[in-house]
Write a protein that binds this ligand. Sequence first.
Ligand SMILES: NC(=O)c1ccc[n+]([C@@H]2O[C@H](COP(=O)([O-])OP(=O)(O)OC[C@H]3O[C@@H](n4cnc5c(N)ncnc54)[C@H](O)[C@@H]3O)[C@@H](O)[C@H]2O)c1
Ligand SMILES: [Zn+2]
Length: 345
Amino acid sequence: MESIIFSQSIANDLVGFISRQDFSQLGLIMDSNTQKFCYPLIGEKLPKHQQFAFDAGEVNKNLSTCSAIWQWMTDCGFDRKALIINLGGGVCGDMGGFCASTYKRGVRFINIPTTLLSQVDASVGGKLGIDFNGFKNHIGVFTEPIAVLISDEFLPTLPQEELRSGYAEVIKHGLIQNADYFSSLRSTDWEKQDWKSIIEKSVSIKKSVVEKDPKEAGLRKILNFGHTIGHAFESFYLDSERHLLHGEAIAIGMIAEAFLSYKRMGMPEDDLNTISQMLVKIYGHFDFPKENIPAIISLCAQDKKNEGAVINFSLLKKIGSCEYNIHINLAEIEEAIAYYISLKN
Ligand SMILES: NC(=O)c1ccc[n+]([C@@H]2O[C@H](COP(=O)([O-])OP(=O)(O)OC[C@H]3O[C@@H](n4cnc5c(N)ncnc54)[C@H](O)[C@@H]3O)[C@@H](O)[C@H]2O)c1
Ligand SMILES: [Zn+2]
């Protein structure tokens, strides 16, 4: 498992960590926003390094950006002892890590997640990859960074809707593993949360799950709660003008999958109402034309968690407890989406 360092002073901790590594060259991958907002927090203190910045956004988490990154690594003359730092959100960490772990069969990399989402979720667990032809995270590998340095010093410049998007994963951690954590989240307005303690708590939940099942043979699937239907929404709206952020899509998915949990797992109706009300209050209600539903359902069937024709879900028995490998059919998914739509007023 990678070492996760909760930092109070990111520049000092990063420089300290790097000084203990043996490397030939240092390369920094970021996106256009983290170059502007996050690089200044560390850039001056870093030893000599090369930089690459790609245009921000999920639409650029693709093969053509990878190609540009691999070209840059080649132009810089990086050998297998090069050390890469990914400075950015989940897009940068997933794609920069993927490029590093495939370049010359793999060079070491450090992740410095700069969004709440990537701090509490994407940076832990070694899943790397890119989107391909409209399918989310379709191409990728499992490789651990040599370290993840997490600091809330980056959060003040993060747009509010991005902070809110990351918060969906935090809520998910409570729902799948820890009912007390979930109620403590409910007792405070989301904007007023103490991010430092939330990050530490959420990382510890994710880490404990991943440590027990690194390759997602079983238990790790509980982290996919909300993601089977959520990813379908995210994929469907990937190229459209009305873009859905990852956490916004997962909030829809958690409501629909909470409904499936109620129908199939005997989750109490009170839990369903609590979850739906909380998520709609924070994320609002996403309006979409009914004619999109069949395409969204068929995207659920593309999800990587499925074995053959069976659609595998991770569903709640109650708030704080989740089970995996629950087989759901397309008609049930349609009903779950209809439940989400019914919450509109
Ligand atoms: N590998 C995993 O286990 C895992 C888990 C969850 C999500 N993901 C992936 O993560 C991605 C979503 O991550 P994300 O929400 O971090 O998206 P992101 O990387 O696109 O970041 C969101 C936006 O915030 C900007 N930004 C980042 N840090 C900033 C800062 N400190 N100040 C100002 N702006 C900043 C970025 O430039 C971008 O515009 C998705 O591609 C998803 O598939 C991966
Ligand atoms: Zn997620």
